[in-house]
Design a protein around this ligand. Structure first.
Ligand code: NAD
Length: 315
């Protein structure tokens, strides 16, 4: 039977790509409730989904920072039945913490972490009662390993991961599934907006060395990292659908095999120094090591055209 899927943050990027992919499923296995904070931004989604609009996909308002909007949206779904929840809405923040306000940081935590918590407070009790449901969270590789000048964003994704690790144990008891999707860099509005905000940032509160580090090292290499490692939103959506259709969905799934070596460093050294040393060398000796890593990545990319395997996909 058809599964009801609620996705947040569908006006752009991964949310939009996933909503369209699921709505266009040839076997019509899904009814998609594609939600967004601002319905004035529904144009691109409507256009991409075409004649399936109103059939396999409906657009609804939902702001993950507003409990009432979540409640109203869930109440408008027949029997409040959500079989698959995709918590995707999120935002980035880069730069030296000296140049960010606590309010800006709180908005990131409120969206990326408390957004998920608010959704679950509304949806989890129904799933537990029915003893069925799949909670899918678009996390990030930065939920496993932090990166220079992404301190608060990484913290928000770590919060998501810790929360889910804890919840997954309870979920198992109720026969619910929980999956964290961990993309590396994805080329979406997110990346553009974060970069533009970084370029506009008032760096006067930071010392000269930090400001230069941010401008001349971080921002200078930003585009190159996305160009060499970046995935498309459609690619992440494809991985996510495979996880949703999988008979035994994994708790964690990284969508970018090129990034995986950088997250496994963490488990190779119990002291935690190895990933920090490697990232330090990549960033500060980038003339040699950074370009060598990029060449290595290009080689890997050439070698890894193979598709990924998630085991058996249920029909
Ligand atoms: P995006 O900016 O295109 O999409 C994020 C969406 O969330 C936007 O449509 C935005 O309007 C929406 N949103 C923001 N605040 C909201 C709120 N309060 N309520 C409802 N919607 C809200 O970027 P994306 O790359 O598609 O991001 C989707 C998810 O993927 C995010 O959780 C992000 O952290 C994660 N992610 C992105 C990347 C990347 O490099 N782009 C990498 C790893 C993980």
């Amino acid at each position: 039977s058809r599964r009801n899927v609620l996705i947040t943050g569908c006006s752009s990027g991964i949310g939009l790509a996933l909503a369209v992919k699921m709505a266009k499923d040839e076997e019509r296995r899904f009814k998609v409730y594609a939600t967004m904070r601002n319905l004035a931004k529904k144009g691109p989604l409507e256009e991409a989904v075409g004649r399936r609009l109103g059939k396999t996909l409906e657009i609804k308002q939902l702001d993950v920072c507003d409990e009432q909007s979540i409640k109203t949206c869930v109440n408008s779904i027949p029997d409040r039945r959500i079989d698959v929840l995709v918590s995707n809405a999120g935002m980035g923040l880069i730069g030296p913490i000296e140049c960010q306000t606590i309010d800006e940081m709180k908005t990131v935590m409120d969206t990326n972490f408390f957004g998920l918590v608010r959704l679950l407070k509304e949806i989890l009790p129904d799933m537990k009662r029915r003893k069925s449901g799949h909670i899918v969270i678009i996390s990030s590789v930065m939920g496993i390993q932090g990166i220079l000048f992404n301190d608060v964003y990484a913290a928000s994704k770590f919060a998501v991961e810790g929360f889910c690790e804890s919840l997954a144990i309870q979920a198992l008891k109720f026969k619910l599934q929980l999956s964290l999707i961990e993309p590396g860099p994805v080329i979406t509005e997110f990346e553009k907006k974060v970069f533009e905000d970084g370029m506009k940032m008032d760096l006067s509160a930071a010392d000269k060395e930090t400001a230069e580090m941010f401008t001349n090292i971080y921002l200078k290499n930003y585009k190159q990292i996305f160009q060499s490692l970046g995935q498309s939103a459609e690619d992440v959506a494809e991985h996510t659908v495979k996880v949703i259709l999988s008979e035994n969905p994994p708790f964690r799934h990284q969508t970018n095999t090129l990034y995986t070596p950088m997250t496994t460093l963490k488990y190779a050294d119990p002291n935690g120094d190895l990933p920090i040393d490697i990232f330090y060398k990549m960033v500060f000796h980038h003339d040699k090591i950074f370009s060598a890593s990029l060449n290595f990545i290009k080689l890997l990319r050439w070698r890894s055209r193979r598709s990924f395997d998630l085991g058996k996909v249920s029909q």
